[in-house]
Design a protein around this ligand. Sequence first.
Ligand SMILES: *Cc1c(COP(=O)(O)O)cnc(C)c1O
Length: 374
Amino acid sequence: MSNKKNNPIFVTQPALPPLDEFTKSLEKIWDSKILTNNGPFHKKFETTLSDYLGVKYISLFNNGTLALITALQTLNITGEVITTPFSFVATTHSLWWNNIKPVFVDIEPNYFNLDPKKVEAAITPQTTAIMPVHVYGNPCKTVELQKIADTYGLKIIYDAAHAFGVEKNNESILNFGDLSILSFHATKVFNTVEGGAIISPDKKTKERIDHLKNFGFTDETTVIAPGINAKMNELQAAYGLIQLKYVNKYIAKRKQVANQYREGLKKVSGIGFLSDAEGVKHNYSYFPILIDAKKYGKTRDKIYEELKKQNIYCRRYFYPLITQFPTYKGLDSARIENLPVAKRVAEQVLCLPIYPDLEVKFIKKIIKMIEGKK
Ligand SMILES: *Cc1c(COP(=O)(O)O)cnc(C)c1O
């Protein structure tokens, strides 16, 4: 069976809320004429979302990147920030936009998150914070990282763009560190088309974030800081409120897809995948496999191209590493000899299609192709 004539299968496909429900919300917006600036849908979405996630305070944003940039502004982070090369480029770009020097540290080999064992050696008098990423939604080693941060007086801002709904020992992963950011981009587990958020631990911090995302206004005539415009609008918030009713269903379906891949691929020599960490409630946002070319008999790029020819578009998240891009390449910490684990994973990783409506026949086809039986 070739998928050539059919629609292409991408690494993800957004789940959209039922159109009739969204239309009802749109009618309310058309009646009220309130489109943005902390309107009724925005207010309701913030409280409903913080209850759902099990976090204290949440500030909604128009995307995750501006949430990251604003999180750094909120804590007045300057100088150098320790971060990972194995992420989406927005993680490091948020530092660049704040005139902060990124200092790259290698990842650990189990879940590909920033390796706490290597962080200490990268701390200098200029270091003010650590920006780790819960890659693929797998929690970072939060306890070890916090210990280092406490010892050296550093802040931690988690890029939790992949970690919507993830819990560790029944606690939201978003409650670790000083701040966490989320992305609700169309490609993420939970989407508001574009969107994002900052999770903060106390009211004062939330208020500061809310001022910063609205030009620095605290009231009609007072501007306390050079803020930006990063507000979520009422259409996004209304859409998000409906999405929230269905997100558990979306995640349950993703889990089924992940389990089918695991079952189908477990006996294929040279193919590795991540297992669910103990005590962690996962969101199955991605399904990365690692291809050991020697054992598998084929490189990652070869199988990636073969799948592409069948109209199946996997993604090599995160290849190239952020340290390969011209903006960061020249930095000392970007030298590839310092990042052996990230280098290997970036060469071996392939993210297979995973989304709620992915049909079983395509899952089977992908497994067959990777097995080399097709
Ligand atoms: C998606 C993503 C972002 C950026 O979020 P946007 O909402 O697209 O701006 C940041 N970091 C990581 C790790 C991401 O995957």
